[in-house]
Design a protein around this ligand. Structure first.
Ligand code: FEO
Ligand code: CA
Ligand code: CA
Ligand code: CA
Length: 612
């Protein structure tokens, strides 16, 4: 494999202990500071945030809610200025509006504010001299700043653009859609754009009971309730806009669940949704360049028993930076082959659901990428190409793909070319009528999740075959069902529910968690956190907790700035605990009054490297 990796290089910091504090905790010798919070104005002329004076127009120019995936793209060679690009996945209305009860009693204005709080923010940031501290640029032109919301016009590309399945009364040609929703994870492309996955889009739609009978099976496969008009937890957005009513607009749901691509450097560019990459509950997309020069996007479908996918572009990446090169690269994701993963096992008879390591000492095997589309054609019998791309889950079911424990983020190591998948948990694994444990998903009622590592055959990301193994089976290291690549388990941090992944400059894997199922002696769940894990060399499996987030929050995403001097982290839904509200908060982070999702930067005031 390319280059080889480190052996835990740089991971010398003292791990923080699991805790339940209402604060962001970092190791000794590190500083942390909020970079930007929900509601802070990012476009010129927008008002300062006031929880009692919100408006849809203000929210469309302010930092959105529930920041998830984030990255920073450079604005200069020294990386002293950059653009913070952040997804806003969903809204917690009960933590946004005083006195909020439920969707049925919400006002249309509250719905409009919530819709405007979705999408993405692009915010110019600058580095504070010599350290890894960053701050938001508040003076000057802020030329690049941008908000995408749930109503920003976007275009479809690829083989399913214009398909009858994407046509609605408002868009009879099926080529343009308003907004992106539930933007969870994402990725930076080698050509400088940002990808963003539309994940749990099903939650915004109502009226599934009134959808045409022939549309119901596919709607149901995507988690839409087809027997009740307003399932519990509905936002009632049909009262704001009839497009969210599937009884009136059954195709509108087909227009979400895609990978969106945005050029962060051009605030006037039109975001696109790439149909060639298929439609499912897209966690994110990680792009690598194959030996053959094609762009390859790895993607997870985050649902219990759903699948891992990859897309291989037809055309090759152009390395130049001319206008023609840039325009060509921007169209790479418009045509290619879509594959789904099927795994083979080396120790199939030995898996009993307990997590016990097989006799060959490894959870491992081979794998095949099964083509669902190729050369612009469907590879699935009985389905046309637009059906495969719009109803990708149904196509992958037919192809016999391997049912996984909720594939979340996937990332590719630049050091080794190995591909890592966060399989977060699966409470239903082994339940009655559900698939039993297998070698890649080795525990029934899987509470804590595992990390899967893929090595493509021939070191080629475009390969149709691969080998895989599980380097980490998460949980408390004293639990015999956990595995930390054979590393001394007395020296690792407890870790549960891996979600987002990133790498530092040494090739160590940084894992963000969502839904930590480990508890303290009183039975209270420990907070989520950020962990650094060596994945190469003699220290492979050494996992250390670097940061923890406040009560009720998810450590949604981390970005290690390439010079290894800063980690920017996304603190999502602080205070999201049943029964909590603005006036009865379960968290008062970050300002001591009510909870606000925010982006935090952590760095060493001595200017040293993160993790060292
Ligand atoms: Fe939005 Fe699968 O995490
Ligand atoms: Ca094995
Ligand atoms: Ca996630
Ligand atoms: Ca998650």
């Amino acid at each position: 494999l390319r280059g080889g990796g480190s052996s835990g290089a740089g991971l010398t910091f003292k791990a923080i202990p699991p805790n339940t504090l209402d604060a962001v905790i970092v190791p000794n010798g590190y500083e942390e500071q909020v970079l930007i919070r929900w509601g802070e104005p990012i476009l010129p002329g927008m008002p300062a945030f006031d929880i009692d004076r919100q408006s849809p127009a203000a929210q469309a120019g302010q930092f959105g809610y529930n920041n998830d995936f984030l990255t920073v793209v450079p604005l200069d060679r020294g990386f002293t200025r950059g653009l913070l690009v952040v997804n806003h996945e969903y809204t917690n209305e009960e933590l946004m509006f005083r006195g909020y009860k439920d969707g049925a009693t919400a006002t249309v204005r509250q719905m409009q504010i919530a819709l405007a709080a979705h999408g993405m923010s692009v915010v110019e940031v600058e580095r504070v001299e010599r350290t890894g501290e960053w701050r938001v640029v508040t003076r000057g032109r802020r030329h690049y700043n941008r908000r995408l919301t749930g109503s920003t016009p976007m275009k479809f590309t690829g083989p399913a653009a214009g398909s009858p399945l994407l046509r609605t009364a408002a868009d009879p040609r099926g080529v343009q859609v308003l907004g992106s929703l539930n933007n969870c994870s994402g990725g930076l492309t080698p050509w400088g754009t940002v990808l963003s996955g539309e994940e749990n889009f099903n939650q915004y739609f109502v009226g599934g009971d009134g959808a045409p009978a022939d549309a119901k099976p596919a709607l149901a496969r995507y988690g839409i309730n087809t027997s009740t008009r307003y399932p519990s937890g509905s936002r009632y957005w049909d009262k704001m806009d009839a497009r969210f009513d599937l009884a009136k607009n059954p195709h509108e749901a087909n227009r979400f669940g895609w990978i969106m691509e945005v050029d962060p450097y051009d605030p006037h560019s039109t975001p696109v949704k790439h149909t060639a990459l298929g439609r499912f509950k897209h966690e994110g997309a990680a792009v690598a360049v194959a030996k053959t020069g094609q762009a390859v996007a790895y993607m997870g479908d985050d649902e219990r028993f759903d699948y891992m996918y990859k897309f291989v572009s037809d055309r090759k990446l152009r390395n130049g930076n001319s206008k023609a090169d840039r325009e060509s690269n921007r169209r790479l994701l418009e045509s290619g082959s879509l594959y789904v993963a099927k795994l083979g096992f080396t120790s199939p008879g030995e898996i009993d659901g307990s997590g016990k390591l097989p006799n060959d000492g490894a959870f491992n095997g081979t794998g095949t990428w099964i083509p669902l589309t190729k050369g612009g054609k469907s590879m699935v019998a009985g389905m046309a190409i637009d059906e495969v791309l719009v109803h990708t889950r149904l196509a992958a079911d037919k192809a016999g793909a391997t049912k996984m424990d909720r594939p979340e983020d996937i990332e590719v190591s630049k050091k080794t070319g190995k591909v890592y998948v966060a399989l977060t948990n699966n409470s239903r694994r082994g339940a009655s009528g559900q698939p039993a444990a297998d070698e890649a998903n080795p525990r029934n009622s899987n509470k804590h999740g595992q990390i899967l590592e893929i090595v493509e055959d021939g070191e080629n990301h475009a390969s149709e075959t691969f080998t895989w193994s599980l380097p980490i089976v998460c949980g408390d290291p004293s639990d015999p069902s956990t595995y930390f690549a054979g590393y001394d388990k007395t020296k690792v941090s407890p870790m549960s529910c891996p979600d987002n992944l990133d790498f530092d400059a040494h090739g160590n894997l940084w894992i963000s968690t969502d839904g930590n199922a480990l508890v303290d002696h009183t039975g209270e769940n420990f907070n989520d956190g950020l962990f650094a894990v060596a994945v190469e060399g003699p220290e492979r499996g050494k996992a250390k907790q670097f940061l923890s987030v406040p009560r009720g929050a998810e450590q949604a995403s981390a970005y290690v700035v390439p010079d290894n001097k800063s980690v920017v982290v996304s603190v999502q839904h602080p205070g999201e605990i049943s029964g909590a509200s603005v006036d009865n908060p379960a968290s008062t982070w970050p300002d001591g009054d009510f909870a606000r999702p925010a982006v935090v930067v952590t760095w060493r005031p001595d200017g040293g490297e993160i993790g060292a």
